[in-house]
Design a protein around this ligand. Structure first.
Ligand code: ISJ
Length: 364
């Protein structure tokens, strides 16, 4: 077949695709109308994941040429466009623009929705609480550094819930106005420099490493001179108009877990985890009693994090606080019974959210 013939065929396929995409958009619009009428949540991550898994399975069965990564990326944007049609969805994220959280948020919601950069964790909570944003995105755990206590601590007194959570690989890129051969000094946040140290030593043994207060500041410095480069995100490079001169330069693959904050609990999917906070008296066996209540119901406690309890009231008995991630959804009978059991012992439980399971190493 000639080049011309193949291009004519591609044009025909594209016309069909466009027709189908608009047909899909009409259907999503109808779903949006029902959701609005019934007061349901617009964003349905569980439905999205099911839909994607079905398509990936179908693609494997038919030996499609596209890899899973591409199917996810294409559908991410199709669904993003659909969400934007259903409602002007606004997503608050921990900024600045180009941060890892910004890039992670786009990986989840696509490019068609509106993003609001927030300066602090507190501001992300506030923008969702005040309905300035529909959802908020924050990091909650790093595969190398552990829990993000700042996010956990803000959940303590907030009426908001974790609506969904997802994993995202934090891949560092090297960006510059110049080329690899012209780089004399490299800017980066100290933590990011540490994460890429081996790679930098092998590939840029003579470059001077300069610490910057943030990843976006490093990119801004690198804009000033072609002999400089910066470590940061691919999105940061795009926003600053810098070229990516090397990518995936982290010494070991690191992932971060992000939460999507919402105003309502997410529906059960049959494969959920729940994050809860227990505040108990500081006594012998406090944690043992809490764990026992879950064990009795056959609930697996997957993760425990403890945090200090701060109180201004003098004379109150001292207390301890645990964040527990357990299997199941907060509407499950077993979880409700365990909750009652723990509460009966004088401890206080707060559900911080139930969301579909996502394990380290599950996916890109
Ligand atoms: C259309 C829906 O709403 C949203 C859009 C989806 C889509 O484009 O397929 C899927 C889930 C929701 O986030 C739905 O809930 O079915």
């Amino acid at each position: 077949m000639s080049l011309e013939d193949i291009r004519t065929k591609i044009d025909r396929v594209d016309r069909e695709l466009l027709k189908f995409l608009n047909e899909r958009a009409d259907l999503v619009h109808q779903v949006g109308e029902i959701k609005r009428k019934e007061g349901l949540e617009i964003y349905a991550p569980d439905r999205e994941e099911k839909l994607l898994l079905k398509l990936i399975e179908l693609n494997q069965k038919h030996k499609g040429r596209l890899p899973e990564k591409s199917i996810r990326a294409i559908y991410r944007e199709i669904i993003s466009a659909a969400l934007a049609l259903e409602q002007d969805l606004r997503i608050g994220y921990l900024g600045p623009a180009g941060s890892w959280t910004h890039q992670a948020a786009i990986s989840r919601f696509g490019n068609s929705v509106l993003y609001v950069s927030e300066a602090s964790t507190e501001d992300v909570f506030e923008c969702v609480n005040s309905q300035e944003a529909d959802y908020g995105v924050l990091p909650i755990e790093h595969s190398t550094e552990g829990a993000v206590h700042h996010t956990l601590d803000h959940l303590v007194d907030s009426p908001l819930q974790i609506y969904s959570q997802f994993l995202w690989r934090t891949e560092t890129v090297l960006m510059s106005n110049g080329s690899r051969d012209t780089v004399d000094y490299i800017y980066g946040h100290p933590q990011v420099i540490a994460q890429c140290r081996k790679w930098l030593t092998v590939n840029f043994p003579d470059a001077e490493l300069r610490e910057a207060p943030s990843t976006s500041q490093a990119a801004a410095f690198a804009c000033e001179h072609p002999a400089s480069a910066a470590l940061g995100t691919a999105l940061g490079a795009e926003l600053q108009g810098l070229k990516i001169i090397a990518s995936s330069i982290d010494d070991s693959a690191s992932q971060a877990r992000f939460i999507i904050l919402g105003r309502r609990p997410a529906p059960a999917t049959g494969n959920d985890n729940t994050l809860l906070m227990v505040t108990a008296h500081d006594k012998v066996g406090a944690l043992f009693e809490i764990l026992e209540a879950f064990v009795k119901q056959g609930i697996n406690v997957r993760h425990i994090e403890n945090r200090p309890v701060t109180t201004d009231e003098v004379g109150l008995p001292s207390r301890v606080r645990f964040f527990l991630e357990v299997t199941g959804h907060c509407h499950d009978e077993g979880l409700k019974k365990a909750q009652e059991d723990v509460g009966g012992d004088g401890a206080h439980i707060k559900i911080l959210g139930s969301y579909p399971v996502s394990n380290w190493g599950d996916r890109d």
